[in-house]
Design a protein around this ligand. Structure first.
Ligand SMILES: [Ca+2]
Ligand SMILES: [Ca+2]
Length: 174
């Protein structure tokens, strides 16, 4: 009888130990599953972050490119009529012509500012004497409609007397 009891006791101990082991290990298995799930989520978040970094890099490149196209455009022309070139920049962001006149010795405090044209409309600034008075006129060419907008020196650059002429197009297709 003793020979039978001992194996039964051993079997019982093994069974109880196994159940205990399963019982105590179960939460650990769940924790491992949770951890695995969290690692998976972290991996997805990392991929999202990488995608955002790539998106931000692209946006930065676009902003740099935009700023490049919005930088001042340098020109020269005789606005004060002394037959000497004046130093001019046209700023696409506000469409203002900043003119340092030769007759003032290019004095910053006596610079001339005239608003004409728009960078948002991709206007192209040019200088030329259209009215033939020997003083350069402020010219804008708008690719969108191919119109030349000319602010004439003979009218003292009066907006209401500006000359407009359609010639050319910025939308030629091959
Ligand atoms: Ca001049
Ligand atoms: Ca002129």
């Amino acid at each position: 009888m003793k020979n039978i009891i001992l194996p039964i006791v051993i079997i019982l101990i093994v069974v109880v130990f196994s159940f205990s082991l399963v019982f105590f290990l179960k939460p650990k298995n769940q924790t491992l599953t949770d951890l695995s799930h969290e690692i998976h989520l972290l991996g997805q978040q990392l991929e999202d972050l990488q995608a955002r970094v790539i998106s931000l890099e692209k946006m930065t490149e676009e902003i740099i490119e935009e700023n490049r196209t919005l930088s001042d455009i340098p020109l020269t022309g005789d606005i004060d009529g002394d037959n000497k070139a004046d130093i001019i920049v046209w700023r696409p962001t506000n469409g203002v012509w900043y003119i340092l006149k030769s007759s003032t010795g290019y004095n910053h405090s006596q610079s001339l500012r005239i608003q004409w044209g728009s960078g948002a409309l991709n206007d192209q600034p040019l200088i030329g004497d259209v009215d033939g008075d020997g003083i350069d006129d402020l010219i804008i060419w708008r690719p969108k409609n191919g119109v030349w907008y000319i602010l004439l020196s003979s009218t003292n650059y009066n907006y209401s007397q500006a000359l407009t002429k359609q010639w050319g197009t910025g939308h030629l297709k091959k």
